[in-house]
Design a protein around this ligand. Structure first.
Ligand SMILES: [Mg+2]
Length: 226
């Protein structure tokens, strides 16, 4: 099972932009000299590299080079690690109990997130969830250019044989479509920026209000239908 992070496992403090959005805004201003770029770019469900490229494009660089993007990402991670000290992420629903219940039931639990690995680690640590995931079992924003690619890599890290069924848990149509593209099942949670209807319409197998231990029976039912 591959879990998305933002809007699925954790959320920002609720009073203004999250540490991640702030860090992207500040790093793009530092690199390009243009402020408030983060208000012009879509964040939810997109990978850090895709966001960074959009920020640079909005600042007037129509085709940012990989080096330009990496420079922004490096700045971003440094600022994120600073911002999470004061603007901690919070867990959503009963994430801890849900993940533990899945593991007890026999699932391999990993991450499938658009965050670069260092960013993922900073966010999970600030929410007190860093002990819950083995970061080696996951696909990250720095693993591939698309969500589909990072999910494929994350699935392989969890199951090198490629024989086990994969279920993606996420909060946006990007998660759902990428799950579909790699032949995985998808549980969507409407705890982020999309409502239940939008997530069902784009093809989620199941839409849940949040992650809690009852997710185990949902997964069992999905596996029986496959
Ligand atoms: Mg998300």
């Amino acid at each position: 099972m591959l879990f998305d992070i933002d809007g699925t496992l954790v959320t920002g403090p609720g009073n203004g932009p999250s540490a991640g959005v702030r860090a992207m805004g500040e790093s793009s201003r530092a690199v390009t000299g243009v402020g408030e770029l983060h208000t012009r770019v879509e964040f939810a469900g997109r990978t850090d590299l895709q966001i960074a490229r959009d920020l640079l494009t909005q600042a007037g660089n129509p085709s940012p080079s990989p080096a330009d993007v990496q420079k922004l990402i490096d700045q971003y991670v440094t600022l994120l690690e600073r911002w999470v000290q004061t603007r901690r992420y919070r867990t959503i629903g009963n994430v801890r109990e849900g993940v533990i219940a899945l593991r007890v039931a026999g699932a391999t639990v990993g991450l499938g997130t658009g965050n670069v690995k260092r960013g993922a680690e900073a966010k999970l640590r600030s929410a007190g969830l860093d002990d819950l995931f083995d970061l080696e079992l996951g696909g990250y924003g720095d693993d591939g250019d698309s969500r589909e690619e990072l999910l494929r890599i994350g699935a392989r890290r969890c199951d090198p044989t490629g024989a086990l069924p994969v279920i993606v848990v996420g909060d946006t149509p990007h998660d759902v479509r990428a799950a579909r593209a790699i032949g995985a099942g998808c549980i969507a949670v409407h705890t982020g920026s999309y409502d239940a209807r939008a997530l069902a319409d784009c093809g989620a197998d199941v839409v849940l209000p949040c992650i809690e231990p009852s997710i185990v029976s949902v997964v069992r039912a999905m596996l029986m239908l496959r």
